[in-house]
Design a protein around this ligand. Sequence first.
Ligand code: IFM
Length: 457
Amino acid sequence: MPAVPALNIPATSAIAQPEFLMGVATASYQIEGAADEDGRLQSIWDTYCDEPGRVLHGDTGDVACDHYHRWQADVDMIAGLGVDAYRLSIAWPRVMDEKGVPNPKGIGFYKNLLDALQAKGIQTYVTLYHWDLPQHWQDKGGWANRETAYAFAEYADLMSRELAGKVTAWATLNEPWCSAFLGYGIGRHAPGVTDLRQTTQALHHLLLGHGLALAKIKANDPKAMRGIVCNTGVFGPRTDSAADQDAAYLAYVQQNHWVFDPLLLGTYPQDLFRLWPGCEPLVLAGDMEIISTKMDFLGINYYFRAEVESDGKGGFQEAPHSDKVERTQMGWEVYPQGLTDLLVDFNARYPDMPPVYITENGMASDDSVGADGGVADPQRIRFLERHLMAVDTAIKAGVDVRGYFIWSLMDNFEWAYGYERRFGITHVDYTTQVRTPKHSSLAVQAFLQQRKERPVR
Ligand code: IFM
């Protein structure tokens, strides 16, 4: 392996202290493969991938990183990095059938995986729902149907009983904004629906399912932490006109307040319905209390800033991309300052905000294995350093951030972009399934090694 310097993080920063949790993250559909094995049912993503034109190059998660068969070597790879924690998700269609009967083979897979991680001293952050809804629930309306929230609570009940004692922290949902808006609003994710009324109703049911699941987890696995993982965004107006400034404000409301206000304040932001008139969800008595159940942690995913402008109809639209800013393979603007701003803003807006973990941050680049057998990804190394220091700045400003997970442990199935976009700190050759550490992985490993060896202050 080439000698790669450690991430450049000052020893005095909060990030360099051993109590700041460092981890890597993945999700079931993106890495597991084995789509038809051991009784796994069809998920909405299997269906979506099979629909022509939905996913770039017609890619599917059928094989992905074949993690279902290679999990032991993957656990060794995680341990080799020296991280404190691993964030993974459970595939609902693997662990119970249409009648709710547990599938011992699917459950056994996760038991073995979590035991192996624990045996290596790696803390386990487990997400129950990272978008792979069983297709049979979609056939009944999916998240637009209130029944799905109760079905999700039953699934959470089963998993927290089966896996009690093996999980450090449970996250109910990953990025409910994406499930609702990309899945039901613009159809860019499964199930591919385009209906704004279903969108707000779907988000309401996702959050209701989250609240119901928290109660089940507390009863079954009281020592584990409980929370949720949500994506975030920051926005700048294209011009300083009042219309563009309002557009940036509305984008922030739609991206952030729509999800975080019900969770942390128990209300929906009324300005959302200025954007989407007539799309208020049906909320039954008691729902908002369930949704705003106290949590032990809040998972925040942050990737980029976007520039927006008025759409001339009281709403917003993304502004044409400026070539003056640094971008990633996704075309996303690199803007570490946004992470600090967002954390500081949330800390002020939500007085009861629980301790925060950055549960995803990272970037895609067009990485390949070079002639020397290494994978040079200098942009990612700089990206990680700058975002970690943005977290440090937020901590110094008083925000209680306890950890940071890199997205992702390895290249994987990037949803509608298939395998073209590579987010991993480990390169995956999808023909041979060979994993090759990228330079970023070596830099993270070296940083964590230095951190361990440094005398405690
Ligand atoms: O790959 C996704 C992940 O599944 C959810 N958060 C964003 C990542 C990058 O797009």
